[in-house]
Design a binder for this molecule. Sequence first.
Ligand code: AMP
Length: 191
Amino acid sequence: MRLILLGPPGAGKGTQSEAISATFGIPHISTGDIFRANVAGETPLGKEAQGYMSRGELVPDELVNRMVADRLRQDDAETGFLLDGYPRTVGQAFTLAGMVAMLDASIDAVLHFKVDLEELESRIAKRQEEEGRDDDSAEVFERRMREYRDQTTDLIPHYAGIGLLVDIDAVGTIEEVRERVLAACREAADE
Ligand code: AMP
């Protein structure tokens, strides 16, 4: 099964990924997590990405695409994967389509997590308290939301147009949302 999670920062994509990954036995590939690990490890990739991340801007497509291409070539991604936070631009979506075609595979579904802005702001404030991510500060969060609106929301009509988009009501308890997400995944697997 090959899935994409799409939604604004704080929509709960990372939280729900664990259950999807465990249920369907597919690796959870979060580009944000990979970047954070590279920043922490002070790798060349981390050094290139750090400035963009701390400002709440998207890292340039070229850098992200290369990183994802490398990750998808690893053995554990051969029969499926869950992409969380990628693609985030239409350019990335086209590049991903090329990578998937090269694997002679296809994307099964794009789960679109829907949450209103007020709810997102309170979730992000809570996450900053708990995890201390510097890109969750109010100012940087606003920038990340703007990037989402300006660059990522174009993916909604893009994936709807090719019949892959599945809307998920992402407001509710973690368990409620998990049930909706797993039901959507099962349906995608059956199709
Ligand atoms: P996330 O944890 O998914 O919110 O990602 C944290 C940060 O990593 C983002 O604000 C971007 O700076 C960068 N990032 C993660 N994924 C991508 C992507 N697909 N394209 C560009 N930048 C990304």
